[in-house]
Design a protein around this ligand. Structure first.
Ligand code: UD1
Ligand code: MG
Length: 460
């Protein structure tokens, strides 16, 4: 993908993610807090990857191993390099931790913060384009905010050019009144960045080495510092506390739902009370009732209905499906025209084939339910395969666990399992066979046979 790079300088990306995030009041490092179900750092890494960098350098510190694991759960190990910041001495020191990897590179380095998750790659590409065109040593992404409190302010000189960045805690009243803020996102000429970093001191209100001092150092050395003024406040918003995190979650959700209504033709009965992952995909004319949660990479087909209180995680739902109230569907598949619930639970790669039905208080785990088959009430089907047009009576259980191992149940086509049947696995039930109510099946049943009793015996 083009990075808008007129000189074709290679792009490196450096993400600062070593801080604890004191204002989160948490035992968990800030960048591991989740937005839309994913750690904050993963949002930034996947945006960075779109820029086509040679590598993404991530500065880790607090819970560094966990941050690494989170990133590597979504990215190839050779796409990312980790630099350890031993002590969190400030953002300047954070960048300095990657000196060994970067200082001699003829590249443009894009510096991102692990706590600014909604920045778009299109915006970054535009900024990189301006940076290269202008020949600046540094370009700072800024935005004007009605309430700039907490951010570093961008102070311009009288001619309107960049003068310096002043952190909130170091700012005078006049400086605090400035509403153009530093987003914490920058492009630098890599070599010049590291040369200037050597001159950063920590004589400020927080006793930290501020990366924000680098642009003024570069300007002082006669280099140009550019400002890329962006108008989308939401993209550059940093997360420093849980209030901002909740607010961003709400914002992301609102955007997702509006996009789905506008572009995918989905009806939301109560958009404010519906929780849909940014990554979810929908077909048109599906109706989603209040208090539905759809997480992860789920896909929902067209003309389906999802009633209140249901949660769908990393699952595929077909067309014309009816999911009644309070169902939980995780890592599973529901084929076209299936009916689910109320209060059904599908998990562990459960598959409902086209036209099948799972009713009240039915749990399906690692089970394939064949075309047109039904388990309508109070049933547990685990580690089972069930053929087509089979009926599983109320209260049926696959006894799949012997205390040590799990065992398979195989049920054929056109089978009638009577109410309250216990199928003690491993066991097979042939096509067209039946069991009487209350049977405890301990042996395979031949096709067409009827068994009854405890243990179940062949009647015909
Ligand atoms: C920083 C900027 C501020 C800007 C704001 C935008 C500085 C000094 N200030 O402030 O001008 O308006 O971002 O969101 O840079 N980190 C490390 N190691 C450290 C310190 C921080 O890796 O020693 C990481 C944090 O994990 C975080 C990022 O750097 O991901 C930013 O740090 P944070 O403490 O949130 O800086 P802000 O106070 O928000
Ligand atoms: Mg911050």
């Amino acid at each position: 993908m083009s990075n808008g790079n007129s000189e074709e300088r290679p792009i490196d990306v450096l993400i600062m993610a070593a801080g604890l995030g004191t204002r989160m009041r948490s035992g968990l490092a800030k960048v591991l807090h989740r937005l839309d179900g994913r750690p904050l750092i993963n949002h930034v890494c996947s945006t960075a990857a779109v820029l086509g960098p040679e590598k993404i350098y991530v500065v880790i510190g607090h819970q560094g191993e966990d941050v690494k694991t989170a990133i590597l759960s979504e990215m190839d190990a050779d796409a990312v390099e980790f630099a350890l910041q031993k002590e969190q001495l400030g953002t300047g020191d954070a960048v300095n931790s990657a000196r060994g990897f970067l200082e001699n590179r003829e590249s443009t380095v894009v510096v991102l913060s692990g706590d600014v998750p909604l920045i778009r790659h299109e915006t970054l590409s535009e900024m990189i384009g301006q940076h290269h065109k202008s020949g600046a040593a540094c370009t700072v992404l800024t935005v004007k905010l009605d309430d700039p409190a907490g951010y570093g302010r961008v102070i311009r000189s009288e001619d309107g050019n960049f003068d310096r960045i002043v952190e909130q805690k170091d700012a005078s009243d006049a400086e605090r009144a400035v509403n153009e803020i530093n987003s914490g996102i920058y492009c630098f000429d890599t070599k010049k960045l590291f040369a200037a970093l050597a001159g950063v001191k920590n004589n400020n209100a927080q006793g930290e080495y501020y990366l924000t001092d680098v642009p003024a150092i570069l300007r002082g050395a006669g280099d140009t510092v550019g400002l890329f003024v962006h108008d989308k406040k939401s993209e550059i918003e940093g997360i420093n506390d849980r209030i901002q995190l909740a607010e961003m979650e709400r914002l992301l959700r609102e955007n997702t739902i509006e996009r789905l209504m506008r572009e995918s033709g989905v009806t939301f009965i109560d958009p404010q009370n519906t929780y849909i992952s940014e990554r979810a995909k929908f077909g048109r004319d599906t109706v989603v009732y209040p208090n539905v949660t759809i997480e992860g990479d789920s896909e929902i087909g067209s003309g389906s209905v999802i009633r209140s209180g249901s949660r769908i995680t990393n699952s595929r739902i077909g067309d014309g499906v009816e999911i009644l109230d309070n169902c939980v569907i995780i890592d599973s598949e529901v084929g076209n025209t299936c009916k689910v619930g109320p209060m059904a639970h599908l998990r562990g790669k459960a598959v409902m084939t086209e036209g099948s039905k799972v009713g009240n208080f039915v749990e399906l785990k690692k089970t394939v339910l064949g075309k047109g088959s039904k388990a309508s009430h109070l049933t547990y089907l685990g580690d089972a395969t069930i053929g087509e047009k089979t009926n599983i009576g109320a209260g049926t259980i696959t006894c799949n666990y012997d205390g040590k191992n799990k065992h398979q149940t195989e049920i054929g086509n056109n089978v009638r399992i009577g109410s309250d049947t216990m199928l003690v696995a491993p066991v097979k039930v042939g096509d067209g066979a039946s069991t009487g109510a209350g049977s405890v099946v301990t042996k395979d049943i031949e096709p067409g046979d009827l068994v009854i009793g405890v243990p179940a015996k062949k009647m015909k």
